[in-house]
Write a protein that binds this ligand. Structure first.
Ligand code: ZN
Length: 258
């Protein structure tokens, strides 16, 4: 299967679609966009397997049922769309105004099942159109995340990647980190330790994936935690420990990621 950044495949696609179609800019964050899109497809597939009645059931995220999770994923796409619009128009638009995020989740969760599914479908398409229309220069335009960080808008592709892949597992419908692309798992592991550093959290351990060469020393090093990379990343991102081995028997406590 070709990936969206396969040059030959792209050239063939442009040929087939003709001159009216639009494509990602040359300088777009192609790898992150490809992950965001494949993760969206994965999320939608898991969602389609759930009946409307099953949407009332719990998600893996403590305190949220699947409806609240769906509302969050839908309105997250809208919030990221506001950042892309900011980059495109230059008109400053916050990701969320104060209170908006929680209010949208609470209200969205009460929507009829069909409306909730439409929210996901439409918000996904809208975000994708916005990404496709950004120019090379606009991809570098700075925006502010919900956490108050100033970042180039290209970071929205990574922000969405994290959301769709991990929340697909949170749907608790047999989604698994074992389904994630290997490079995405590596990037997520790096993201977790980067966030810990940014927050100046002292975490000392050694990650020893059994299906990768080498080890990663975090902080000053410490207890060696080993297992498949998918299981390590599941644990690092706060989704529980499975099939992991810790030196000394007990897994070290780790802080929250996001
Ligand atoms: Zn989220």
């Amino acid at each position: 299967m070709s990936t969206p950044y396969d040059e030959t495949a792209l050239a063939e696609l442009m040929e087939r679609q003709g001159s009216g179609a639009r494509y990602d800019a040359e300088q777009a964050p192609k790898r992150d966009l490809a992950w965001a899109r494949s993760g969206t497809a994965y999320f939608l597939r898991k969602l389609r397997e759930l009946s409307d009645r099953e949407l009332d059931g719990p998600s893996l995220l403590g305190g949220w049922d699947r409806r609240e999770l769906l509302a969050h994923v839908g309105y997250n796409a809208r919030a990221l769309t506001r950042l892309t619009e900011w980059a495109r128009t230059g008109v400053e638009t916050p990701m969320y105004v104060p209170g908006q995020r929680d209010a949208e989740i609470a209200l969205g969760a009460t929507l009829p099942a069909l409306a909730l599914r439409h929210l996901i479908d439409h918000s996904v398409v809208h975000l994708n159109v916005e990404w496709r229309d950004l120019t090379n220069e606009q991809w570098d335009h700075e925006v502010v995340t919900a956490q108050g960080r100033t970042v180039p808008v290209r970071e929205t592709a990574w922000m969405r990647t994290r959301e769709v892949w991990i929340h697909a597992v949170d749907l608790d419908n047999q989604g698994s980190y074992l389904d994630f692309p290997p490079e995405l798992l590596d990037r997520l592991a790096g993201d977790v330790t980067t966030v810990w550093q940014r927050k100046k959290l002292d975490v000392d351990l050694v990650l020893a994936p059994t299906d990768r060469p080498g080890r990663t020393v975090v902080g000053q090093g410490g207890a060696v935690v080993s297992g498949r990379q998918a299981d390590l990343v599941r644990w690092l991102t706060g989704r529980g420990a499975r099939r992991l081995n810790a030196e000394g028997g007990e897994l070290p406590d780790i802080p929250a990621w996001l």
